[in-house]
Ligand binder design. Sequence first.
Ligand code: ADP
Length: 670
Amino acid sequence: MFDSLLIANRGEIACRIIRSARDMGLRTIAVYSDADRHARHVALADEAWHIGPATAAQSYLQIERLLEVARQSGATAIHPGYGFLAENADFAEACVAAGLIFVGPPATAMRAMGSKSAAKLIMQQAGVPLVPGYHGADQQLETLRGAASEIGFPLLVKASAGGGGKGMRVVHSATELDAAIAGARREAAASFGDDQLLLERYLEQPRHVELQVFADSHGNTLHLFERDCSVQRRHQKVLEEAPAPGFTDELRQAMGAAAISAARTIEYVGAGTVEFLLDSAGSFYFIEMNTRLQVEHPVTEMISGQDLVAWQLAVAAGGALPCTQENLQIKGHAIEARIYAEDPLRDFLPSIGALQHLHFPAEDAHLRIDTGVRQNDEISIHYDPLLAKLIVWDQDRTAALRRLRRALKQVEVVGVKTNLAFLGAVAGHAAFGAGNFDTGFIDKYRSELLPEPTQASAQTLVLASLFLLLRRDAKAQQSALKSTDPHAPWHRTDGWRLNGDNLHRLSFDDGENQVQVVAHYRPQNYLIELPSGSLAATACFDPAGRLQATIDGQQLTARVVRNGMELSVFSSAGSQSLILHDPYADAFCQEEPGGSLNAPMPGKIIALLVENGAWVKRGTPLVILEAMKMEHTIAAPHDGTVTQMNYKVGALVDDGAALLAFDPDEGTRL
Ligand code: ADP
């Protein structure tokens, strides 16, 4: 075994590879772009080298720079991960030429599978079943038209160099053909620099089932069973599982044999995936081979009990496969959900921004989280917006699905939009639960899987209110501690007021609706009045910052995260968010008595309503701030004097900026 490994990748896959490499005692060497200086993979590696600007073309795709780092760091091997240079035969060759071990197949095998057309010719010769189609070199329009009428409609036009569903068009009739060919050609040329196309019969409602294969350089080749990756959006995988639901051993053996034969034909070495489409009659057809580790490899690891990255490293070092086909057994069922920073309601467009809050449930034998991000990281336009892969395992599919639904609810993300609710809807869908799905699943049930936002529940409103009240009380307590007179009545922290009432009004925006909540302070608890009725509640923060609440006798744990005026409430019922409507209501969370009033979020000052030295009554509007396209009025928290305005009209202020200095009259403070 070699002793050091450079990982030419980033994000969760770099972290994943580092984990196995470290377990094997290797020195791990990470690389990073400007955007990844503080990334998780950099922190996990033994050392990390800067390779260039954020743009992948100028950093993670820079073959020369990566080889230079390998030389400088004394790396003996390079793992390309997936994506970036993982299937670039020139890179594999350059590594070997530089005297490095490339953790992947030989460049010749990569080239053989690099073009879908060429791969199909090879597979045809090896007797692997193909989707009927045309994959010839002659790309003249007349030839393609002739081939199309032979194949029949509907058919699929595909980019031969394609990946990620790009350059693909479904054609339903001859009249659509020319336009589809022209469009696919343009997209293929732009995305892959290669406009070769192939035509295939478009299978109605197929399942995507792929076989994990592995080969060593001693002539051993085996498969580690199948994965069902039929749940796709825009021909991209979202949920993957192993074994495939309803699969027979007979089919497994037939597909396994076809996959092994495919790998042997191209003298494959290392980890590879042979992808097939399976029709409703149980016939399977080769579509392509990926010559690398797949994103969804963890489900195979969970059901086989093997570490595929450890296998890759052992094979790259010249070792034999650690076991034989007969030693491998499927144990239980595993499902992976890809959690993306994206907006399902806007056609799954990536959602960029800072991860203000990020929490995953704890890993155990039933739950694995593969992630490359941490709280406060930025999801940028530069890379894939994958936040994490959540993988569950249990004895059977029903139990694994139950774990998946529960674990998805325990993930907390604030700062970007995510597909968590969408994944939860898929995991909870009856047809998916019954294993009754194909590649058209998301399109077929789109309206059920993309539910409109629901109204905040009574529990959400109470939890959000409790959070604000506790924060207010903590603030009041801090002020009391600073006080020199411990007996002063306005230093009481239980909500009791000398002259005022002992209640607090809160106002939230819940989607289109505005909701009023009134919290009454009582000796033992709060009485919280909601539009739907009143509830008695108490709460405290636990050391992890979660809210331990009792609401009408029901004890529950929840987390409320505040980001500007947005409150995200996470509980076992799922997550909901509310906008705190009135900054005045929130002033108690922000202000220091006798000090300044702070901006509740970044924004622009659009009006100053009083002058320096003005004496104002509690509640008088002082400053209007525009933020998130809404106006927020900052009002006096007590009777008192404005001693200084810190900004002029038009000034841009940061979250928390002190807007003015204010001197409250004695005896009027909270
Ligand atoms: P890419 O390399 O762009 O991912 P693939 O050839 O692997 O493209 O196909 C991706 C997905 O497109 C498949 O999983 C399947 O859902 C769909 N698909 C591909 N070929 C066909 C076909 N002939 N008939 C029906 N669906 C297909």
